[in-house]
Design a protein around this ligand. Structure first.
Ligand code: NAD
Length: 336
């Protein structure tokens, strides 16, 4: 039998409830038998005292070496304080495509039983880049920068993803009726690139109308390609359609690397209570294994998570049960 390939992965547990979900995800990955050497790195507010920055160079060096990270959420102070470590990581490695699947898991009482959406969110530009300043004391200005290159690569990524994953439709989400230059450029590029993919249905929707349609008829949508800020908001909405933030994973993909993380935040309100749902982190680890070429282990994890949820015996509080984070992970490992 041939030796299994050893993978090198940077592990960033994050803060708040992050370390709880990442520990659970790491155990599940290890239970698949895929050999991984983890390079564990800390980032966030707690690092400021030691390294003078929430994102020490050693974290960046580790990701440069491994090219892949599994990451827990990291708290960002609101209004003042340091800039988001998450945004800094995406910018440093130019992780331009943020892929966020939202799929109904049978067994969970939700509003819908047929959601199967993927949000492909541009990850480096738009208002989310946070290019802003005060204008005197009583006004503030933020710059919404959208480039043709940024639009082209995210729209192309969405179509290539649709082809690769056997998806049928790509919808471009925008507000080009009002932001005719910035969102107009995004829509224009999307329309041009769509012509290269005649096998994929293409349409577009204004973001506000899209939100209403999503909560009424999510089954009408397949792949949504969005500029950064709309993608951020719409993906939390889609998480709500399938049972909440505890369930939705994400992949941040670029040419120089990939970082996998749950879409939820550090959930400080429940940190240390062992009740956070690790599903989003475990499914993020599954996306990571697929990226590493370990398709079988990745599929195994997704199936095991679905089995545990469908069985309904070991669910965390947000899913209507009373299992701890660790008990849920144990059940997934047993189902592998
Ligand atoms: P949050 O996602 O942390 O929490 C929102 C609510 O959902 C809370 O009540 C929380 O307990 C609950 N929740 C979240 N994930 C859950 C899970 N897996 N299981 C059960 N319940 C869950 O959002 P927030 O409170 O707005 O943000 C907290 C911090 O996280 C902020 O500092 C924010 O900037 C940061 N954040 C980080 C990332 C990231 O690292 N990628 C993403 C989003 C937010």
């Amino acid at each position: 039998m041939s030796e299994k390939k050893l993978h090198h992965v940077t592990l960033i547990p994050g803060d708040g409830s992050g370390p709880e979900v990442i520990a659970a995800a790491k155990r599940v990955v290890e239970a698949t038998g895929v050999p991984i050497e983890w390079d564990e790195m800390e980032a966030g507010a707690a690092m400021i005292e030691k390294y003078g920055t929430p994102l020490p160079d050693r974290v960046l060096d580790s990701i440069r070496r491994t090219g892949v990270a599994l990451k827990g959420p990291i708290t960002t102070p609101v209004g003042t304080g340091f800039r988001s470590v998450n945004v800094a990581l995406r910018k440093t490695f130019d992780l331009y495509a943020n892929v966020r699947p939202a799929k109904t898991l049978p067994g969970l009482a939700g509003r819908f039983d047929n959601v199967d959406l993927v949000i492909v969110r541009e990850n480096t530009e738009d208002l989310y880049a946070g290019i802003e300043h005060m204008v005197g004391e009583d006004a503030a200005e933020s710059i919404k920068l959208i480039t043709r290159k940024g639009c082209e690569r995210i729209v192309r990524y969405a179509f290539e993803y649709a082809v690769r994953e056997g998806r049928k439709k790509v919808t471009a989400v925008h507000k080009a009726n009002i932001m005719k230059c910035t969102d107009g450029l995004f829509l224009d590029v999307a329309r041009q690139i769509a012509k290269e993919y005649p096998q994929i249905v293409f349409d577009d929707s204004i973001v506000d109308a899209m939100c209403m349609r999503l909560v009424m008829h999510p089954e009408d949508y397949d792949v949504l390609v969005c500029p950064n800020l709309y993608g951020d908001i719409v993906s939390d909405l889609c998480a709500g359609l399938v049972g909440g933030l505890g369930l939705t994973p994400s992949a941040n993909i670029g040419e120089a690397g990939a970082i996998f993380e749950p879409i939820h935040g550090s959930a400080p309100d429940i940190a240390g209570q062992h009740k956070i749902n690790p599903t989003a982190a475990i499914l993020s680890a599954s996306l990571m294994l697929a990226h590493l070429g370990e398709a079988e282990a990745a599929a195994n994890i997704t199936r095991a998570v679905a089995d545990v949820i469908a069985a309904g015996k070991t669910l965390t509080q947000d899913m209507g049960g009373n299992a701890s984070t660790e008990e849920f992970a144990d059940a997934v490992i047993a189902a592998l």
